[in-house]
Design a protein around this ligand. Structure first.
Ligand code: GDP
Length: 409
């Protein structure tokens, strides 16, 4: 009995009533607390976390449990899906103009990585076969213009400059005219950042926007800002009242989240969408020119929750484990009638989930198993499968007898 108790002892403390078949108000309390902690650790702001936790808890109660999946894992899946939905669901692609050059206007506070993004974006689009031109409009930080020229040389994309004495809206007009003359596909304009957003910055942006009539106005946000993104005196807090102007006057169409290679777990991504209502289109993951990629809400949700890939595991289990099979199997195990054919069925169900490397990789804490060990196990399973398939009951008895005799000798 002791051994049985030990065996049944859950590896993680779960206040789940194991007799239940649905998630209930009671059994989600503790996992929800973990999730709340994970979100706060990922730097999602407290009001956003509160709203989110409440809405998810309401949704989760009453959801049926899937066989073979722990209730807390299933709850994490619901939370994950909700996070993905909150961050826009799908990848949000850049929009291109139907005729004439596509114009992308970048806005953001000083130091967020705007100038770097300008060149990264040019490089990113160039790889997609588009010809680009950058316009240096950050006239308040003289080094910004030189920085953009140097980066332009690095990625081999022309940069239009007009010095620091010309108004940004005028630079925009000249740059656009030059781009049209050269027949380039995409014009990307770097604008001046400030330490904090003020009326002068807003007015200037509005003027630049009028001069350019951009296809995309992208707000560059530093992921390291974390909670600050939705609180205190940061850019996005003013983005809230600003967004009222912005929809009408600035018309932000999306955001680029930079410095995701840092320590931050990406909570800012959630705050950006919550506060601005606009999708994140791209993310910066380093200082190199190639470190820019589309924003995948599902990957970000996984990063925010920091819970391994439990979610894919739950999803795969949902696909593979048909309810009746699971119930049938459970009965057989309980009555000690689990035979080689059942074993084969299970092995195949696991195989449907992908290679063993992938399946094991989805389970948190299994990272220590080496690929060589996994390959060896996979090989053994294949041999066993072939042996079971090749056997008739008679042959099986013969093999057993042979095995018994050889061990005796
Ligand atoms: P701006 O003032 O907004 O134009 O900012 P900069 O483009 O000059 O970038 C500020 C600093 O952040 C520079 O040292 C960049 O190299 C760095 N930076 C920009 N993007 C990233 C990123 O995605 N990851 C990291 N680690 N650093 C970045």
């Amino acid at each position: 009995i002791k051994a049985k108790q030990k065996f049944q002892k859950p590896t993680r403390k779960l206040p789940i009533r194991l007799d239940g078949k649905v998630l209930t108000k009671e059994n989600i309390v503790e996992p929800m607390r973990d999730i709340r902690r994970a979100l706060l650790e990922a730097d999602v702001s407290l009001p956003v976390v509160r709203r989110f936790v409440q809405s998810v808890s309401e949704q989760a109660v009453g959801v049926g449990l899937i066989r073979g999946v722990k209730p807390d894992q299933q709850l994490v899946k619901i939370v994950h899906d909700e996070l993905v939905k909150l961050m826009g669901g799908e990848v949000s692609d850049l929009v291109f103009a139907k005729s004439g050059p596509t114009v992308i206007l970048l806005a953001g506070l000083q130091g967020v990585g705007k100038t770097t993004v300008c060149a990264k974006l040019a490089f990113y689009l160039k790889k997609q076969g588009k010809s680009c031109m950058m316009v240096a409009g950050d006239v308040y930080r003289p080094a910004a213009i030189d920085q953009l020229v140097i980066l332009g040389e690095q990625v081999d994309v022309p940069v239009y400059t007009a010095g620091t004495e010309v108004k940004p809206s005028e630079i925009a007009r000249q740059g656009l005219a030059e781009a049209k003359k050269k027949n380039v596909d995409v014009v990307i304009m770097d604008t001046a950042g400030r330490l904090q957003i003020d009326k002068a910055m807003m007015d200037e942006l509005k003027e630049v926007k009028r001069a350019l009539n951009p296809t995309e106005v992208l707000l560059v946000v530093d992921a390291m800002t974390g909670q600050e993104a939705a609180a205190g005196n940061s850019f996005l807090s003013i983005f809230n009242p600003w967004s009222q102007h912005s929809t009408v006057e600035i018309g932000i169409t999306g955001a680029i989240l930079t410095k995701l290679d840092g320590d931050s777990r990406g909570g800012a991504a959630l705050s950006v969408k919550e506060v601005s209502g606009k999708p994140i289109k791209l993310v910066g993951r380093g200082e190199r020119m190639e470190d820019l990629e589309p924003f995948y809400p599902d990957r970000m949700a996984g990063r925010i929750l920091g819970m391994g890939d439990v979610l894919s595991f739950v999803e795969k289990a949902q696909e593979v484990m048909r309810q009746e099979d699971a119930e049938d199997l459970q009965k057989k195990i309980m009555s000690a009638k689990f035979d080689f054919n059942d074993f084969l069925k299970q092995t195949r169900a696991v195989a449907q989930m992908g290679s063993m490397t992938r399946v094991i990789g989805m389970i948190p804490g299994m990272g220590k198993i080496t690929p060589a060990q996994i390959r060896e196990a996979e090989k053994s399973l294949k041999i066993m499968e072939a042996m079971i398939e090749a056997m008739t009951p008679g042959l099986f008895i013969f093999c057993c007898l042979k095995e018994i005799l050889s061990t005796k000798s």
